[in-house]
Design a protein around this ligand. Structure first.
Ligand code: BG6
Ligand code: MG
Length: 228
């Protein structure tokens, strides 16, 4: 294992909750039903696609002009930015700071593969920008999660092969993206939504270099046995 690629929202910090709250507010304004179970399907999905999915759910996919949709996305981002205004180093999810320093000690490269355009600002507020050797700009990625592109780009930026990477996600779309990229997939969340992951933890405090490395190694050995 040469690199670990992180998702941001819901893995490094609890901003997944703020995306939920901001989209809920937009959906309520539009009188479209919005709950946590529907929100699961939006996790990891980019801003534009998320709005399209919400409008489709409300039977309003063709009701809005491009300019109106842009205004709704701007408003959602304003609600979101208000919620993350006071984000600080203390808002790292439990165990993430320790994991980053273990990876550094083990000379494992670290990258970010987040669909969020707010990601660089959030890393800065959390005080961890310097820990990442690569941060993928989601605007340069044509196909978002569940397509593998963002994870493959992260590996390419680090100069490592996908098979040498483990990647951590809390979204079903993210786990699909990691698996399609041919990487070892670590899911943070419940067994049901993370069932496609190679390794599942219910909380970030359970993550460690040793857990990732031993899981990645076991998976590689199994793949090699299957091939021979
Ligand atoms: C992902 C989140 O990381 O980023 C999604 O899981 C969010 O919920 C997406 O919609 C886009 O984020 P942003 O900050 O660019 O609107
Ligand atoms: Mg996430």
């Amino acid at each position: 294992m040469k690199a670990v690629i992180f998702d941001l929202d819901g893995v490094i910090t609890d901003t997944a909750e703020y995306h939920f709250l901001a989209w809920k507010r937009i959906a309520e304004q539009l009188h479209i039903p919005f709950d946590r179970s529907f929100n699961e399907s939006l996790k990891g999905i980019g801003r534009q696609q998320s709005l399209d999915n919400i409008l489709t759910r409300g039977g309003a996919a063709s009701t809005f002009t491009t300019a109106e949709k842009q205004a709704l996305m701007r408003q959602k981002n304003q609600y979101y930015q208000k919620l993350i205004e006071n984000l600080a180093p203390g808002d790292l999810l439990p165990g993430i700071g320790k994991l980053l320093s273990e990876l550094k000690d083990e000379h494992i490269q670290i990258a970010l593969a987040s669909s969020s355009r707010n990601a660089p600002a959030i890393l800065k507020r959390l005080g961890i920008s310097g820990d990442f050797q690569a941060v993928v700009d989601p605007e340069t990625i044509e196909k978002g999660k569940p397509a593998p592109d963002i994870f493959l780009t992260a590996a390419a930026l680090l100069g490592v092969s996908p098979a040498e990477c483990a990647a951590i996600e809390d979204a079903e779309a993210g786990i699909s993206a990691i698996k399609s990229a041919g990487m070892f997939a670590v899911g943070v969340g419940d067994e049901r939504s993370m069932h496609a992951a190679d390794l599942i933890v219910s909380r970030t405090s359970q993550l460690s270099f040793h857990l990732l490395y031993s899981g990645w190694k076991r998976c590689r050995e199994r793949q090699q046995t299957e091939r021979s």
